[in-house]
Design a protein. Sequence first.
Lengths: 203, 291
Amino acid sequence: MTTTAIKYEPDLSKPLLHEIMERSGQNLPACYQCRRCAAGCPVGVEAGVTPDRLIRMILLGDREEAMNNLLVWKCLSCFTCGARCPNNIQTARITETLKQMAKEAHTEPLLPKVAAFHNAFMKATSHFGRFNEVEFMGIYELENTASAVKRGNLKIITDEIKASSRLGLAMIRKRRLHFRLARVRNLAEVKALYKKSRQQTDR
Amino acid sequence: MEIAYYPGCTLHASSELYDIQSKLVFRKLGVELKEIEDWNCCGATSAEKTDEFLSIALPARNLGIADASGFSEMVIPCSSCYSRTLVSQKKLAGDPALLESINAELTQKVSGKIKIRSILELLVPRAQSGLIGEKIIKKLEGLKPACYYGCLMTRFPCDMEVPDNVENPQGMEIVCSALGAKPLDWAYKTDCCGAAASVNDAEMSLSLMSKIMKDAVARGANCFVSTCPMCQFNLDAYQEEIREKYGIAERLPVYFITELVGIAMGLSPHEMQIDRHFTEATGLLKELELI
């Protein structure tokens, strides 16, 4: 596997490192590149970036590369890297931080469907306080379609419709799709938590 | 005895069978699962990935309700809800400012006293004490399950006391052995199935599941057993696709741990809702003359 050289930005490395350490709660400088994380990462090979390499990018101050690589978007938060790290660094917390930073910087996500999925999940649960699969799929497919249209890629839309109708029909047959909307009675309380979250981000 | 119960959204929707099975099986074991009042979604992995505050605050509302319920323990069968609720409780125990900020929004405040239990933490001691053994009507002879734990039963985003071996857990094996089944030793029991990636990064997820499936088949398993509704759903609903794409001839039913306990204790396939699997699951039990 060939890898591109990581650019070292001494002036930029400190603020980037501190921001990510603060937000993710992870002690990145403790990484001594033993690569136990790389050996266990289920997506590292396909992403072309393993957890050790992501940590290196951050330590060297390569903000652009750290936010725009496939590991950030393919990371499944399976926590294998963190469970095996001799220095207790949980890289899944770092990829989560980087996803949030990419969103705040209005960077186009490398895997738009992953971003659309999590946005749709949060939007769907904010409406009734519970996750309703049918409502979620509606929001998710709309977000996907909007993003595919924006990128002029219409094949994604037809593939998506095929895949979700195949699954949806199988779910109906097995009585595993529910059309009744579940709802929290004290919805105001749940909404207050969402509101507090927005206030914190705005600050 | 009675115990607080948080089903989470999935057990009221696509994995309703797990909710039904859990209630019936524990009733047989003398435990009533009492669903807590007016719970909300825990935020699952999506909150964790996108919103640090909500990833703690959403489970906190449920913790407040559970703390006020008067019960000392709460069981959470879904691995994701279990993990997120535990993480929230731990975070709040160590961050008084955040606890105060969240409690300010809640009618039922988090006090931190409820003990969160996975479904295995309830089943394993009852298997070890012989209680499950006493209730068995039909030993599950011939059943060779690959016990599949997935990620969230033993790995957490922060330091956590894990009630089983992190890399090679044994809880499900202990329960299956008590039922008379022969669980197999295999290599992928704590590997990731991709969870939500089956929807948003399908190729990746199918490839991960194919490895899990191939190892289970190579070891001679005739079924999977799972405690996690995401793992169960993925291996069950996408199995046909995995088999086609990766040329796997075998077809393995994917049971919840609860339906195996139920069948062994004489609950009917109808009560256990075994016809609701995507990958046919009654054939094997009939073939082995277990139902």
